[in-house]
Ligand binder design. Structure first.
Ligand SMILES: [Fe+2]
Length: 265
């Protein structure tokens, strides 16, 4: 099934101008329906009520997130958010390969909009800013997100996403909105299947409570964040890690971490 995805998308300068002038741009029919059907099938099962019980982490915003970390399934339930999130990091086996591929291709488009190298975020670079594929789920009759801006900056933040479930099909009321010039834009009402949505993440936005007899709201995001690595750990923690490895080695304990070189013949 489609290892590589070719997006049908307009020129990056056109998308850039639309986001700056209007706050968002819906790019319709960017990829094949077959891809969406496959992605939908996987995530609807992944976020089923039974599977959601295994979402234990609460690290929704990726605090102290390090390169090499395991994929993370997390949730948050407080007065600001009720949502589930699955994060897929590129150094791990993909949670769902097609979703990761689609996110990576959209990230390349964002790189073009930002005038960055095509592969920025897809390979480890010294700035440690990496792309990862994220899927958010807002359950029917309970999921929501309070109104917020993604950063404190007043500049335009190029954000992108693709809906996996759709308003008027998988949920009836509520969903993502943007506030532009004091006007509320019902984003989920205008997003069609197989489209990619580009928007300024520094505009106020939120998710009104999802009302539905069906599943709820699911969307994929090519996220980009800075990650920690070992050199960014405080010295005492680095010392503890070294001490732990050396003690395990000396005591010949079973759960030793692989060290050295495996190029043996
Ligand atoms: Fe946000």
């Amino acid at each position: 099934m489609h290892k590589t995805i070719k997006l049908k998308i307009p020129d990056s300068s056109f998308i850039y101008n639309e986001i700056v002038a209007k706050g968002y741009y819906v790019c319709e029919n960017c990829f094949d329906e077959e891809i969406l059907t496959n992605i939908q099938k996987f995530w609807i099962d992944y976020f089923s009520e039974k599977n959601r019980k295994s979402f234990k982490s609460k690290n929704m915003f990726g605090l102290a997130q390090s390169i090499g970390e395991k994929n993370d399934d997390c949730y948050l339930k407080n007065e600001k958010f009720y949502m589930y999130r699955s994060k897929d990091f590129l150094w791990n086996e993909p949670t769902h390969e097609l979703t990761r591929n689609l996110s990576s291709e959209i990230n390349k488009i964002r790189n073009r909009i930002l005038n960055l190298d095509k592969y920025h975020g897809l390979i480890i670079e010294k700035d440690r800013e990496m792309m990862f594929s994220q899927v958010n789920f807002y359950p029917a009759n309970s999921g929501y997100a309070f109104e917020h801006k993604d950063t404190k900056s007043n500049k335009v933040l190029i954000s992108c996403m693709f809906n996996i479930t759709f308003k008027n099909i998988h949920f009836d009321k509520g969903g993502l909105y943007l506030i532009i010039n004091n006007q509320k834009i019902d984003v989920d009402e205008i997003i069609t299947p197989c489209s990619v949505f580009f928007y300024n993440g520094n505009l106020p936005h939120g998710v009104d409570k999802i009302i539905s007899k069906n599943i709820g709201r699911m969307a994929g995001y090519p996220m980009k964040q800075f990650f920690l690595n070992k050199t960014t750990l405080p010295k005492y923690l680095q010392f503890l890690i070294q001490a732990d490895i050396s003690i395990r080695k000396r005591l010949n304990l079973k759960n030793q971490i692989k060290q050295g070189n495996s190029s043996l013949i």
